[in-house]
Design a protein around this ligand. Structure first.
Ligand SMILES: Nc1ncnc2c1ncn2[C@@H]1O[C@H](COP(=O)(O)OP(=O)(O)OP(=O)(O)O)[C@@H](O)[C@H]1O
Ligand SMILES: [Mg+2]
Length: 431
C-alpha cells in the first residue's frame, strides 16, 4: 500500500536526479548560459546575408564587434549582444537589419494553447521565443503551466510561487477589490454598495506592494525575460476558485492582461504564453490577454479530435465571460476578440501518408487558419532536449550537421509564418 508520503519520496529521488542533470549540463554554477554563434550562422541564418559581405564589413570597420576566434579555426563566434550591436550598426544594401516593429504600439501577445497534453506547446513556445530573439526582437515569455516546462528549459528551476502567474492573479485580486471598495465609497450611492473584505491569508502576502517588474526574471538570453512558473503553482486552480468566491465581481480572467497593460509599451516586442494542457483560470488568463491564438496539434486523428473539442470548449468558456457580472475597470467589454487564430501541425513527418492526409483534412476544415509550414518530427528536438536546450541553443558541431540544419529550417519556416501573423495582428492593434 502506498500513500502520499511514498509519492513524495519518489519525487524527491527524482528531483535529486534532475539536479545532477542540470549540474552536468549547465555551467558549474548551475546557471544556464547561452553559446556564441558562428559567423556562418550570423550571416546566413540570422541576418540572411552573404557571409563574404559580413566579412567585408567587419574588416572595413574595426570598431564593430569582432567576436572571438576559435582556437583551431578561422570562424569567429559572436554573443547575442554582439549580434544585436551589429544589427543596430549595419545597413546592407541600404536596408537596416532591425526587424519590423510598428512605432507607438505595445508588444504583441501570442498564446500557444491547446488542452491536448504533449501537443508540442512548450517546444513551440521555446523555439519561437529563441527564433524571435535571434531575429532581433525583445521577448517576454509567460509560463502559465505549473509543469513549468518552459521555465525549466529556460534555466529557471528555483522560483518562489508568489512570483508566478498565481502571484499576479492574487495581487490583481487585492488591487481590484481595493479599487472597487474605493469606487463604492466615492460614489454618492456608495454606501449602498457592499464593501468586500479579503481574508488576511490573501492580503497578508504583501503581493499588492510588488512592482510589475518583480515578476519578471532574466534568462540566459539577454533579450528574453520570463514570468516563470513552478511546480508548487499547481494549487492555483483551487485558489482561484476560492478568490472568485471572495469577490464574485473580480474579473479573474483579465488579471494577467491588466498586469501586462501596466508594462511600458516599448519594454518588449513580443509576448509569448505557454499554456497548460487544460482550460482553467490560468489558461483563460492567457487566452484573454492574447492578441493571437496559436494552436499546435499533432498530426494524428485523435489529436485532430481533441483539438476540435478544445476550440469548442474554449468558445463556450469565452462566451461565458460575456455573462460576467462585474464591469471591466476600463469599461472594456469582456467579449474577447482575437486578431488572428492559427492551427500549427507539429511532429509532422512529410513522408508519412497518414500525416499528409491529416494535414489536408485540417486544411479543408480550418482553411487559411492552418499554417503553411508544419513543424517536422525530428530527433534533433529529442537530442537538444536532453541538454535542456532548444535546437537554436545547440551548437551544430554537437550533432549531425544535416539533422541540426533540417530541424532548424523547419522551426525557422514556422517562425517566419508566426512573425508574419504577428505583424498582421500588430496592424490591427489600436495605438
Ligand atoms: N518537432 C518535434 N520533434 C520531435 N519531438 C517533439 C517535437 N515537438 C515536441 N516533441 C516532443 O514531444 C513531447 C511533448 O512536447 P511538449 O512538451 O512541447 O508538449 P506540450 O504540449 O507542451 O505538453 P504539455 O501539454 O504536457 O504541456 C516532448 O517530449 C517533446 O520533446
Ligand atoms: Mg507544455
Amino acid at each position: 500500500m502506498y500513500s502520499h508520503a511514498d509519492l513524495a519520496k519518489l519525487q524527491s529521488q527524482s528531483l535529486k536526479m534532475q539536479g545532477h542533470i542540470r549540474q552536468r549540463t549547465f555551467s558549474p554554477e548551475m546557471e544556464k548560459t547561452l553559446r556564441r554563434f558562428s559567423s556562418w550562422e550570423v550571416a546566413e541564418l540570422i541576418f540572411k546575408i552573404n557571409p563574404s559581405t559580413l566579412r567585408g564589413r567587419l574588416a572595413a570597420d574595426p570598431s564593430l564587434p569582432q567576436g572571438l576566434v576559435e582556437e583551431d579555426g578561422r570562424q569567429r563566434w559572436y554573443s547575442l549582444d554582439e549580434i544585436n550591436e551589429l544589427r543596430r550598426k549595419l545597413r546592407i544594401k541600404n536596408q537596416p537589419l532591425m526587424p519590423p516593429r510598428p512605432a507607438g504600439k505595445r508588444a504583441i501577445r501570442a498564446a500557444i494553447a491547446n488542452f491536448k497534453g504533449g501537443a508540442g506547446k512548450s517546444t513551440v513556445a521555446l523555439h519561437f521565443a529563441h527564433a524571435a530573439a535571434l531575429d532581433g526582437y525583445r521577448v517576454l515569455c509567460v509560463d502559465f503551466d505549473p509543469q513549468a516546462t518552459l521555465s525549466h528549459s529556460m534555466g529557471l528551476s528555483d522560483v518562489a510561487e508568489e512570483f508566478t502567474v498565481w502571484g499576479i492573479m492574487a495581487r490583481d485580486l487585492t488591487r481590484e477589490t481595493e479599487r472597487m471598495n474605493n469606487a463604492a465609497a466615492g460614489a454618492e450611492s456608495g454606501t449602498a454598495l457592499p464593501r468586500r473584505k479579503l481574508p488576511a491569508s490573501v492580503t497578508g502576502m504583501g503581493l499588492s506592494d510588488l512592482r510589475v517588474t518583480d515578476f519578471i526574471k532574466p534568462t540566459s538570453w539577454p533579450t528574453i525575460d520570463l514570468v516563470p512558473s513552478c511546480a508548487n503553482a499547481a494549487f492555483v486552480e483551487f485558489a482561484s476558485a476560492q478568490y472568485r468566491h471572495l469577490n464574485p465581481e473580480w474579473s479573474f480572467f483579465a488579471a494577467v492582461s491588466r498586469y501586462l497593460d501596466a508594462l511600458p509599451d516599448d519594454a518588449y516586442d513580443m509576448v509569448i504564453f505557454d499554456c497548460p494542457p487544460a482550460i482553467g483560470y490560468q489558461s483563460m488568463n492567457a487566452v484573454f490577454a492574447a492578441d493571437v491564438l496559436y494552436i499546435p496539434s499533432g498530426p494524428g486523428y485523435w489529436e485532430y479530435d481533441s483539438t476540435t473539442s478544445f476550440i469548442g470548449q474554449l468558445s463556450e468558456a469565452l462566451e461565458d465571460l460575456g455573462r460576467f457580472p462585474g464591469a471591466l475597470p476600463d469599461g472594456a467589454t469582456p467579449e474577447k476578440m482575437f486578431a488572428d487564430v492559427r492551427f500549427l501541425l507539429t511532429r509532422f513527418e512529410p513522408a508519412n501518408d497518414l500525416h499528409r492526409a491529416m494535414q489536408s483534412a485540417f486544411g479543408q476544415v480550418f482553411k487559411s487558419h492552418v499554417t503553411q509550414h508544419p513543424i517536422e518530427m525530428t530527433r534533433a528536438v529529442e537530442q537538444s532536449g536532453r541538454f535542456l536546450s532548444s535546437i537554436y541553443e545547440m551548437d551544430y558541431r554537437q550533432m549531425t550537421r544535416e539533422t541540426w540544419r533540417r530541424a532548424r529550417m523547419s522551426f525557422d519556416r514556422a517562425y517566419d509564418e508566426f512573425r508574419a501573423t504577428l505583424l498582421g495582428a500588430w496592424d490591427k492593434l489600436e495605438d
